[in-house]
Design a protein around this ligand. Sequence first.
Ligand code: FAD
Length: 399
Amino acid sequence: MTRRPENIVVVGAGLAGLRSAETLRARGFDGRLTLVGDETHLPYERPALSKELLAGKRSPEQLALRQPEFFREQQIELLLGRRVEKVSPKHRTALLSDGRELLWDALVIATGARARRMRGVETPPGVHYLRTLSDALALRSELVRGKRLAVVGAGFIGAEVASTAVALGLDVSVVEPLAAPLERVLGTEIGMLLAERYRAQGVDLRLGTGVTDFACGPDGRLRALELSDGSEIVCDVAVVGIGAEPAGELLGAPAIETDASGRTEHEGIYACGDVASSWRPSLGRHLRMEHWTSAAGQAAAVARTILGEESVHDDVPFFWSDQFGLRLQYVGFASEWASIDVEDDGDTFSVRYLGEDERLLAALVANRPGELAGLRRELAASAVVSHTTSRDERELEAV
Ligand SMILES: Cc1cc2nc3c(=O)[nH]c(=O)nc-3n(C[C@H](O)[C@H](O)[C@H](O)COP(=O)(O)OP(=O)(O)OC[C@H]3O[C@@H](n4cnc5c(N)ncnc54)[C@H](O)[C@@H]3O)c2cc1C
């Protein structure tokens, strides 16, 4: 049996880092606990950045997940504004950007993901990315009624920013190289259903074309997007929403592979949240999610596992998105499907993604929250459960 740790360091003060630290305390861990985050803000609700915060409906303070006294009461040493630059699995140390070295006997890596940058083009002033509260505040200051916003990428973040900007009275264009918004996750048919809605709300949606460059005015600020079809979109401000990249560099790879309990291949090192590609017994594969509920669930499982209460995180995946008057809620996981069933009454719709055998793989509901619980039950009942973990597989291979 492994010894219960006495000194735990958590890297990354987002949802997963916070949730793992608070679960450790809630489950009775009374040793030294340090939470290190490179942002200067208290851990906060990241999903609100493209929604209520950008819309001016909630302030930065209202997004804080916990207040300073929580960390004092729980005796969690919160080190903000500092990066962990390096970890040594061998010496069990973590080197901080302020030069401090922390010792640990268990380390949780919850470093999340970063906004993917556009490669090969210069981004002039006026072009924004959106991942952090600081990014959101900088963007918000530029979203002024009557201005022209161009959004690069019709993924979830691009769509939410476009939706918020339309509500704020901006003139909004969205550019997407694929044939439909959200095509990779929801498929072309559902993407086109959403495209109609975006256009009905006044969005100038350009599909099947990409951005090749940003044109600047004489002041050096953004003036227009140049597109691969030869056209341009004149704009005052742009947001690039072309996905996120996991921040797993502390262990030398973008994403960190774990077993279903969050263990990495290094003894004493765990990973959870957006950075982790965790083994999902019910899907029989590793999966990296970029969703709030997965990050929270994985973090709680990691904390329990560290304390010797072996805990597997394998619930039915779930995420939501708020855009153009729709609350989209997606349960399950389908990277491909044989067919879809759509039920659409104009204001609300639901979609079932089915496998070859008509088995439900995933479902999307729009403004139909009442259907979720039943869908979850159906998905949980039809899951293919594989009891082999990745670690078991590696050990079997080694024998
Ligand atoms: C704009 C936006 C909207 C979203 N909306 C939704 C939504 O509607 N629904 C949904 O399900 N999900 C949504 N998400 C995704 C959700 O926010 C993430 O899944 C969740 O935040 C993941 O939590 P995490 O703790 O793993 O990572 P993060 O929240 O990214 O936190 C990781 C933290 O670690 C820090 N860090 C990284 N490296 C280091 C280091 N070396 N040292 C110290 N600190 C470090 C990072 O700066 C960050 O503060 C949204 C995300 C964004 C950006």
